[in-house]
Design a binder for this molecule. Structure first.
Ligand SMILES: [Zn+2]
Ligand SMILES: [Zn+2]
Length: 329
């Protein structure tokens, strides 16, 4: 090992590191170990531990990367490519080149902060689905399909992830509008809950709230819902809620075969639900035949009493009508 050569390199690293590698902090810079912290955000934070092999610089540097936040698998991969970079410049000083390479990698691969989440998401997807990573735009383009139905969106991962949550853009779907609103609204809510502390006061021994990654929770919800809904039946007539051909799905929200999603999350054809809501018994409120929960829905904010009266009036009218027709016969 050429001690003089390493000493020269250490001096150069000492002088230049913090200037040429943005967000870096030189923790130690001696023959036995060069240790540098490289930080873009609190989450995109890597500690590089570098050692000189005995025949340096004819052999590549020995590199170990650590991070409290980034995935171990990602660090393993990055370590490998760093070694490849070092091998390209054998015989020359390698430390600053490798450190620059790490910083560039963090900058050019913003999605590396959700490496584990993306691996888990891929396992949830089927052949029919699509997931493309767009590192340049720090976004993922996702298309989930079930039969002829699909939901497509671009998911933005902000630089200050996970303190800031992901967001959905350019949503495109052939589900009826009610489901589009549900998918988007619920995704926003799930993402919000990942980064905002709940309103209720925290218990004494409870750890303080910390923002958590929102990508996987949102995508898991979307995958499960998009796959499930086209297979669900109306809880009253037991036929599939949505037609097999999305082109035939009712988009008029007052149409008979429009699909309603009530408080308990079960689905009903609008006409099936209207008939059910207007038919006795009314006592105790109308309940979902599937799960037994009360049916709450903005469209039917009528009290039991009113429903009963309406039913009574309708019956009376029908009786009158019957009497009239019978009289005419
Ligand atoms: Zn029905
Ligand atoms: Zn229900």
């Amino acid at each position: 090992m050429s001690m003089g050569l390493i000493d020269d390199e250490l001096q150069e690293v000492n002088k230049l590191c913090q200037h040429v590698i943005t967000g870096s902090k030189l923790v130690s810079c001696v023959q036995t170990m060069v240790r540098v912290e490289i930080r873009r955000t609190a989450f995109k934070h890597i500690v590089a531990c570098i050692q000189f092999p005995s025949d340096y610089p004819r052999s590549p540097l020995l590199i170990e990367l650590k991070s409290k936040t980034l995935s171990d698998k990602l660090l393993d991969g990055l370590t490998n490519v760093c070694e490849q970079e070092a091998k390209k410049i054998l015989g020359k000083p390698q430390v600053l080149t490798v450190l620059k390479f790490i910083r560039n990698f963090i900058d050019e691969n913003p999605l590396s902060c959700c490496y584990n989440e993306i691996s888990a998401i891929k396992k949830d997807l089927s052949e029919a689905d699509e997931l493309k990573l767009k590192q340049k735009r720090s976004s993922l383009s996702l298309k989930i399909s079930q039969g002829g139905y699909y939901f497509r969106t671009r998911i933005l991962v902000p630089d200050i992830y996970p303190e800031h949550s992901i967001s959905l853009e350019d949503v495109e779907t052939n589900f009826p509008p009610l489901f589009q609103r549900y998918f988007v609204g619920q995704s926003k809510e799930i993402a919000r809950q990942c980064i905002e502390a709940p309103a209720k006061p925290r218990k004494k021994n409870e750890a303080p709230f910390r923002p958590s990654p929102s990508l996987q929770p949102v995508v898991s919800f979307l995958v499960a819902s998009v796959k499930q809904i086209p297979q669900e039946s109306c809880q009253l007539c037991n036929k599939k809620c949505l037609p097999q051909d999305p082109e035939l799905a009712e988009t008029n929200e007052n149409g008979e075969s429009h699909v309603e999603r009530v408080y308990c999350s079960h689905l009903f054809h609008l006409q099936c639900l209207i008939t059910y809501m207007k038919t006795p018994p009314f006592h105790g409120g109308k309940k979902c035949p599937k799960c037994g929960q009360r049916i709450y829905h903005d469209k039917w904010r009528v009290s039991e009493k009113v429903a009963e009266n309406r039913w009574g009036h309708q019956q009376a009218r029908e009786r009158e009508l019957r009497e009239v027709t019978e009289f005419l016969e």
